[in-house]
Design a protein around this ligand. Structure first.
Ligand code: PEP
Length: 255
């Protein structure tokens, strides 16, 4: 397995934080700190209203902007929702889909995640697909079954060509926003299981090239060790992506 041939992606997930002016100020401060750090792609997934100012502030830098969700319909009577075409036109390049907070608080299911993945890809976006087990599921010993099922259903109908625009973030739900991090061995093991699922669905070559991030309380202190693991090709970072110094330290760890 050759990790060096895969793209490393360090992505921030701001969740419901930062107003548009705060987003602009953050990116203006961050840009010189991460300039020239070409060992990984750097992405900030931000609230919908922050996308346009974030894209503007990130122009001419190596920071890419993404959204935190997308609706599965092209347009129509879906009050409060945002389509892939809208995100595309405003300059978002990536979108997070299936985050555990969406699954937990907003009724997201494996099936709606799949519909959103297909819509995002059809709309020209790159997808950061989140999968991960609950604490109870890990304790029952069914982590492999859960993440495999989530991955298989989310990717139904995704072609091998489209898969090049998908990355997966393995995010154990018990580690998100809790300060509890999976051990590097746990992260590596489950990222490896996901890579195995990709191999079964799309073949060995596609799975070797496929980027799999770890997410769940990744921070400035633990990033280097997590990112050193053979199956961990980056991070999806919540809390620590709200501080320019911490986020820069994580980007540096990925060089
Ligand atoms: C996340 O929001 O995807 C996440 C991993 O959050 P945190 O880093 O705060 O645990």
């Amino acid at each position: 397995m050759n990790k060096s041939t895969r793209k490393t992606v360090i992505a921030g997930n701001w969740k419901m934080n930062m107003t548009p002016s705060a987003a602009k100020a953050f990116i203006t401060e961050l840009a010189p700190m991460v300039a020239g750090k070409d060992g990984c792609d750097i992405v900030l997934c931000v609230p919908f209203v922050d996308i346009a100012p974030a894209v503007e502030a990130a122009k001419g830098t190596n920071i890419k902007i993404g959204a935190e969700n997308v609706h599965f319909a092209k347009s129509g009577a879906y009050t409060g929702e945002i389509s892939a075409d809208m995100l595309n036109e405003v300059g978002a390049e990536y979108v997070v889909i299936g985050h555990s907070e969406r699954r937990q608080y907003f009724g997201e299911t494996n099936e709606t995640v799949n519909k959103r993945v297909l819509a995002a890809l059809a709309g020209g976006l790159k997808v950061i697909l989140c999968v991960g087990e609950l604490l109870g599921e890990r304790e029952q010993g069914i982590t492999e079954e859960i993440v495999s099922l989530q991955t298989k259903i989310a990717l139904q109908g995704v072609t091998a060509e489209q898969l090049k625009n998908v990355i997966i973030a393995y995010e154990p739900v018990w580690a998100i926003g809790t300060g509890k991090t999976a051990t590097p061995e746990q992260a590596d093991e489950v990222c490896g299981i996901i890579r195995g699922v990709i191999a079964k669905l799309y073949g060995a070559e596609a799975s070797e090239a496929f980027t799999i991030q770890y997410g769940g309380s990744m921070n400035a202190k633990n990033a280097a060790e997590l990112l050193s693991k053979v199956n961990v090709d980056g991070g999806l970072i919540g809390g620590a992506s709200l501080k320019t110094a911490d986020f820069t330290t994580i980007v540096n760890a990925a060089q």
